[in-house]
Design a binder for this molecule. Structure first.
Ligand SMILES: [Zn+2]
Length: 278
């Protein structure tokens, strides 16, 4: 099997989750760029204060409801979910760990948890878990969206590279899962500008999905730390970013289920909340 090298840098800003994960150079793919310093933003940076206590694990089985919502058109930029409510969108990026992707799939199977994956398509974990993910995608618990082919900082890429990064991943999603990620893409490192948005939009990627809260697990962290971030950020109408790069999160899925249940939160995918352009 072809080995791929990944550089796991320092953790992003606390709470921003703006990351630290750079795909190595892959044959046939554009060169990865050095990890930039995440751009501070009033929307995405939230200092942590008074970390709450960590919850006990919730014994499985537990089954989340299937949401039935009045949907609205997907906006150009997503940072949270519109309006008042009890929805939570957990969005999971990259896919550096096949075991972790499998863990998320198992969570969706066992509890009806709903997850939107932002797939970095050059990583083998997505193909390796395709058979497990297919029925979850078919019944709507799992949604596949676009996180580029090689995790390049799109603000440093040419217009053509932006198009290639997104279209290669779209083709992968179509050939592997029979779905398109459109219109949702998440720019690596949360970095984008008007030029990136225009290039993405030119091929139907019209909705740039950011986040408002993070499990801060793009790099390796310990379970208690991840649970503190989860306790802090799994809140109503939030879009929370996690990563399928290390299996730490898999070990605390019972606790995450407990947080969501105790707070009366309804997990949703982006497709549960928004309609795609026709
Ligand atoms: Zn990423």
């Amino acid at each position: 099997m072809r080995r791929r090298t990944f550089l796991m840098g320092a953790l992003g800003l606390a709470g921003a989750g703006a990351v630290s994960f750079v795909a190595g150079r892959l044959t046939g793919a554009p060169a990865a760029q050095p990890a930039p310093i995440p751009r501070a933003s009033a929307t995405l940076v939230h200092p942590r204060r008074n970390p709450p206590s960590i919850p006990e694990p919730l014994p499985l089985p537990f089954d989340f409801a299937t949401p039935s919502l009045e949907r609205r058109p997907a906006p150009d930029l997503i940072t949270d979910l519109p309006g008042e409510g009890n929805l939570i969108a957990l969005t999971v990026d990259d896919g550096g760990s096949s075991e972790t992707v499998a863990g998320y799939a198992r969570w969706a199977e066992e509890t009806s948890m709903r997850v939107t994956f932002f797939v970095t398509a050059s990583l083998p974990s997505w193909s390796e878990n395709a058979a497990t993910l297919a029925p979850l995608i078919a019944d709507g618990r799992v949604q596949m969206a676009n996180h580029t082919w090689s995790h390049v900082d799109l603000t440093t890429a040419s217009d053509q590279q932006v198009v290639d990064e997104l279209s290669m991943t779209d083709e992968f999603l179509q050939s592997t899962f029979g779905v398109s990620g459109k219109p949702y893409f998440r720019p690596p490192f949360g970095r984008y500008d008007d030029r990136v948005l225009a290039a993405a939009s030119s091929i139907g990627y019209t909705s740039c999905a950011l986040w408002y809260g993070s499990l801060a697990d793009s790099g390796l962290i310990a379970e208690p730390e991840l649970l503190q971030y989860a306790t802090e950020w799994l809140l109503p109408q939030h879009v929370v970013i996690g990563h399928a790069n290390y299996p730490t999160v898999v070990g605390v899925m019972p606790q995450l289920t407990g947080i969501l249940r105790d707070r009366g939160l309804q997990p949703v995918t982006l497709d549960d909340v928004f309609t795609r352009p026709v």
